[in-house]
Design a protein around this ligand. Structure first.
Ligand SMILES: Nc1ncnc2c1ncn2[C@@H]1O[C@H](COP(=O)(O)OP(=O)(O)OP(=O)(O)O)[C@@H](O)[C@H]1O
Ligand SMILES: [Mg+2]
Length: 217
């Protein structure tokens, strides 16, 4: 796939399950990438979590946020063409119609999931049935990893490797800092408090890793 300097890269954050860290990933990656390029965050979840989070500090964000009524509306958003990077936060329980609408607009799909076997099993089905067949570049991102049992994350990475499903080497550890930052309406990059550095550096590592993937895009 090729992209000229005027065509945005569209990064879609996706997982059919709820509460896995999609919005946390979308908001934090938007803040990190916004340090070096123009970023638009599209909240395609009717729950409006990303809009709620970012709406309380619009001037401190460094990126733009718009709401899409549904994933099906994405392709028509005029703002899509005016930013270098577009990050799309999606709702849980995406039905096959919504998936079919969102995957064709994506240049890259990032799939956050906790490493617990039940969460992982559901995600593997989504990757195999909807993401891999489309041919879009993608990686699984392990989230909410208990820093006292990092072995579980490494085991999950190995499982994915055996199934030929690409996963990020970096993973996101579970820290209260992520909940606090959301409550205070700022990305963790801008939040100061216990474990904020660790929380921030996890997402910075992921940003570096996925950016290397789309250099050729
Ligand atoms: N790495 C983390 N450490 C601690 N808490 C986290 C982490 N990631 C997310 N959370 C918390 O878990 C909850 C769910 O996260 P989030 O809203 O990002 O998930 P989601 O997949 O977008 O959920 P939904 O499907 O409902 O949109 C939130 O309370 C969030 O603050
Ligand atoms: Mg969400």
């Amino acid at each position: 796939m090729t992209a000229s300097s005027t065509t945005p890269i569209v990064l879609v954050i996706l997982n059919g399950k709820g509460g896995v860290g999609k919005t946390t990933t979308a908001v934090n990656l938007a803040a990190i990438f916004a340090e070096t390029q123009s970023v638009l965050l599209i909240d395609a979840d009717s729950q409006g979590s990303a809009s709620w989070w970012t709406g309380r500090s619009p001037n401190a964000l460094g990126f733009d946020v718009v709401q899409a009524e549904s994933p099906a509306q994405l392709g028509q958003l005029p703002q899509l063409q005016t930013h270098r990077l577009v990050i799309v936060d999606t709702p849980p329980a995406l039905d096959s119609e919504a998936l079919a609408a969102v995957i064709p607009v994506a240049d890259y799909v990032l799939l956050p999931t906790p490493p617990a076997p039940m969460d992982l099993a559901a995600l593997i089905t989504t990757v195999n049935e909807a993401v891999s067949p489309s041919g879009v570049a993608h990686r699984v991102l392990l989230t909410k990893v208990d820093s006292r049992s990092v072995g579980e994350a490494i085991e999950a990475q190995n499982t994915l490797l055996e199934l030929n499903i690409p996963a990020c080497n970096a993973f996101i550890r579970a820290y209260k800092a992520h909940e606090r930052a959301a409550l205070e309406g700022v990305p963790v990059l801008k939040w100061k408090g216990k474990n904020s550095q660790e929380a921030r550096s996890d997402y910075c590592r992921v940003a570096e890793e996925i950016q290397r993937d789309w250099k050729p895009l």
